[in-house]
Design a protein around this ligand. Structure first.
Ligand SMILES: NC(=O)c1ccc[n+]([C@@H]2O[C@H](COP(=O)([O-])OP(=O)(O)OC[C@H]3O[C@@H](n4cnc5c(N)ncnc54)[C@H](OP(=O)(O)O)[C@@H]3O)[C@@H](O)[C@H]2O)c1
Length: 253
């Protein structure tokens, strides 16, 4: 069997597009996510061209992550690329109005979940060594503050610094680590963030050209197939139609 990519959050958006991209290039897939029906559909779509192993997984559970990794079929055990993609934003409202549970869910998924999966797969990635990679999906929100980003942006700042720090410890192993930080991209991300408000999601993406899931999947594949001596530490990708605003200034009326 050829190279194997392990993708978290493969049921939608970037993760699902990444599964299709890596499969189209002949990589075997381990695809995970919480929605079994979607994993099954994706596996059925792709298993005619490449070997696919799918398994439901909530990355927040360290026990489930460890048991999935331990029980991988022999031919899927040698992971060349880990795409740490599962994640979410909740509550685009001001911090002072947010339900604390939403903050915990973001920390548990974007931080705890990402370290659970990384910890479980580090031994196999190190065994593969030269040419192996970890692609951590961060966000421009990990670098740039904006209203309503509160804990979401902070979790993605964690992803950035964790990625840099991993690079230090993995020096000499051959394993690369990238913080891939997308800007606005049209997926189910805003539907999740607004707890199912389709109109709000449509409004955000209206009359502009956001990134597509396929843009990010292509970028992931590019990172995973760079020559083994090259590592992109952080890659921030925005659509051309997105840029920064001036600083906000509060004025008394
Ligand atoms: N879209 C953007 O504008 C944007 C920009 C920058 C960064 N990002 C980041 O990109 C990543 C992918 O987001 P997306 O835009 O593709 O959104 P999406 O379409 O909502 O996909 C999110 C994926 O994460 C999975 N997921 C969520 N919680 C999970 C959990 N506890 N355990 C396992 N899987 C979980 C979901 O699967 P299940 O629900 O089936 O578990 C889904 O497959 C996220 O880390 C997000 O923060 C997105």
């Amino acid at each position: 069997m050829g190279k194997v990519v392990f993708i978290t959050g493969a049921t939608s958006g970037f993760g699902r597009a990444a599964a299709r991209k890596f499969a189209s290039e002949g990589w075997a897939l381990v695809i995970t996510g919480r929605r079994e029906e979607r994993l099954k559909e994706l596996a059925e779509e792709l298993c005619e061209s490449v070997p696919v192993h799918y398994q439901t997984l909530d990355v927040r559970s360290k026990e489930d992550v460890d048991s999935l990794v331990k029980s991988l079929p022999e031919s899927f055990k040698k992971i060349t690329c880990l795409v740490n993609n599962a994640g979410l934003a909740l509550s685009p409202n001001p911090a002072q109005t947010v339900d604390i549970q939403d903050w915990h869910t973001m920390i548990d998924t974007n931080v705890t979940g990402l370290v659970n999966v990384t910890h479980a797969l580090l031994p196999t990635l190190i065994e593969v060594g030269k040419g192996a990679s970890i692609i951590n999906v961060g966000s421009i929100a990990g670098q740039w503050p904006y209203p309503g980003s509160h804990v979401y942006g902070a979790t993605k700042a964690f992803v950035k610094q964790f990625s840099y720090n991993l690079r230090c410890d993995l020096l000499g192993t051959g394993v690369r680590v990238t913080d891939l930080a997308p800007g606005i991209a049209e997926t189910e991300f805003t539907l999740v963030r607004t707890k199912g408000d389709q109109a709000a999601s449509d409004a955000l993406y209206a009359n502009t050209q956001a990134l597509t899931a396929e843009d990010i999947a292509d970028t992931m594949f590019y990172l995973a197939t760079l020559p083994a001596h090259m590592c992109v530490n952080r890659l921030e990708v925005m659509p051309t139609a997105q840029a920064w605003n001036p600083f906000a200034i509060y004025r008394e009326s």
